[in-house]
Design a protein around this ligand. Sequence first.
Ligand code: CO
Length: 158
Amino acid sequence: MPQILPIVKYGVSKILEQPSMKVIEFGFKDKNNQLDTLAENMFATMYAAKGVGLAAPQIGIMLRVAVIDISSGEDPNMKLVLVNPEITERRGTMTVEEGCLSVPGKKETIERSAEVAVQYQDTKGQIYTVGGKGLLSQALQHEIDHLDGKLFLSYVSI
Ligand code: CO
């Protein structure tokens, strides 16, 4: 059974402002894939908190792993597990309202790239590319920022 884990909150811990480490060890067929277990726990935690994305550092694990489901559990085909994701292309800009499960109760209007392409690995180390616009583009940028120790608050102009 996937576990619902506590989400690290901004202001309580500094780890959200630190970069995460690249995953270099992947699971093998003949043993329990720990990255699969991590991803399942992250989805359970994200759904329980009613979010559309979650990065591993938000549950205190400093690895470059993020999950996204902009359908909020409605469509299993929308579940994305991103290991070592990198933005390879950006196009245009959009103004969005954004929040974060680690910064409860706060929403800000910020600017994001309208479209992004992301290269990532799955939990077996296989390389894929995903492209997104709108909410998916926003979620990809938001979660990859978490892996770099960057919060959406840093885009808010004072
Ligand atoms: Co966040």
